[in-house]
Design a protein around this ligand. Sequence first.
Ligand code: SF4
Length: 195
Amino acid sequence: MIAIEDVLIADDIVEKKFVCNLNACKGACCWEGDYGAPVMPEEVKILDQYIDIIKEGLSEESKKVIDNWDWKDKFAKEQWDGAALHPDGSCVFLVKNEIGISMCGIEKAYNEGKIDYKKPLSCHLYPIRVNRNPELGFEAWNYDTWDICSAACSLGEELKVPVYKFLKEAIIRAKGEEFYEQLAAAAEHHLSKDQ
Ligand code: SF4
């Protein structure tokens, strides 16, 4: 376990290797799983602000689900349970690119320069899963293993890229540059103990 500021970081995040291999998985995390992507309270407000722009790039089915989605009510009652799903379990923001790879419709709008919010931090940080404990004032970051990502583990091994380096942009987004630099230094120290 590595501790940086208020975050406890599992050893796997510096020891395991990971690089998403979209040619192999086709973006399966956008349609597999039982729950929608966790979204933080501040992100609900951003989604609310940009939802009409995001919807422009989505399918008619997605637009209908979003229009009937009681997310603001749920959020107000603190029953927020993540992004809505289609009946088949796929994320309501899922879009496919020209070669059939699933990607995030929020990120599509971001890449097209229409909004300044990339996607939910929980998706950006995957395979890191964050458990927040506001009462005790800390977060636990764990490495999530999912069989649909096995090709990412193989590619990460091949390229020798640990999880935290693959997620540099997302970690800096979550915690800032200084945090990432501290994590990188702690990771080097941690890995040198095993040699
Ligand atoms: S997180 Fe897993 S399923 Fe999603 S794009 Fe990466 S390797 Fe594919």
